[in-house]
Write a protein that binds this ligand. Structure first.
Ligand code: ADP
Ligand code: MG
Length: 247
């Protein structure tokens, strides 16, 4: 897909849980190669929005298109195929505790993508090197720090050769001294041209790495702009209030 082509399109997305209208009407798009940081208060619907992008949450109304394919009206089989191209990293790393670091990364490429084990292993080692953890290949997750486990989780997602990476507060569960090493891996990934949607409270990262900030509150994307525009000149009272509390 050429750079700047629309990779993800969200059209009049709505999501309710019971009678809680969480996403009210969102129409946005993500271009190939773009890095979007989604910020906003707790409970505003950021995780729900991110999970709607790969239909981990089924939208109540509206459409989500990935590379032109409508993800909302297709079979589970087609959805699973397309979802493989969308890597996701969560706040909790969810590594398989009974598998080594290397086995965690190789598993899905071998089981799901039917890669040859030797190919998958070589790729997993390359990715471990990329995230600075080659020497941990044969260790088990519990012997790694939180920051190291999250870097393995990123490598595991990358092993599927995703077209886009979705991150939901990937550093929120980490001790402060480990946040930097995970952000460094994400920054390198952004510089390599990966398309990324990142829900984060790390404003330094958002300022330096995002092409666009999407500010979410009360179930809408209230405001969006470049980091320079958004942080220096927030337009809405909602964004001004949010920034005054965190900066
Ligand atoms: P954020 O990530 O911005 O903190 P969330 O998307 O997690 O916000 O949550 C937005 C709202 O949706 C909250 O009111 C939350 O309680 C509700 N919510 C999220 N997931 C579920 C769910 N699976 N079932 C019911 N309510 C949910
Ligand atoms: Mg959340």
């Amino acid at each position: 897909m050429p750079k700047d082509d629309l990779m993800i399109e969200v059209k009049h997305l709505k999501k309710t849980f019971g009678n809680n209208l969480v996403l009210k009407d969102i129409t946005e798009s993500v271009k190939n190669g773009q890095v979007i940081c989604v910020i906003g208060p707790s409970g505003s619907g950021k995780s729900t929005f991110l999970r709607c992008l790969n239909v981990l949450e089924q939208p109540t109304d509206g459409k989500v298109l990935f590379e032109g394919n409508d993800l909302t009206g297709i079979s589970d089989e087609e959805l699973n195929q397309l979802r493989q191209k969308m890597g996701m990293v969560f706040q909790s790393f969810n590594l398989f505790p009974n598998l080594t670091v290397l086995e965690n990364i190789e598993l899905a490429p071998v089981k799901v993508k039917k890669f040859q084990p030797t190919t998958a292993k070589a790729k997993a080692m390359d990715l471990l090197t990329q995230v600075g953890l080659a020497e941990k290949a044969d260790q088990y997750p519990q012997s790694l720090s939180g920051g190291q486990q999250q870097r393995v989780a990123i490598a595991r997602a990358l092993a599927m050769n995703p077209e886009v990476m979705l991150f939901d507060e990937p550093t929120s569960a980490l001790d402060p001294e480990m946040v930097g090493e995970v952000l460094k891996v994400m920054r390198d990934l952004a510089e390599s041209g990966m398309t990324m949607v990142v829900v984060t409270h790390e404003m330094g990262f958002a300022k330096e790495v995002a092409d666009q900030i999407w500010f979410m509150a009360d179930g809408y994307i209230q405001e969006k702009g470049t980091p320079a525009e958004f942080f220096a000149h927030p337009q809405t009272d909602r964004a001004k209030d949010f920034l005054s509390k965190i900066l």
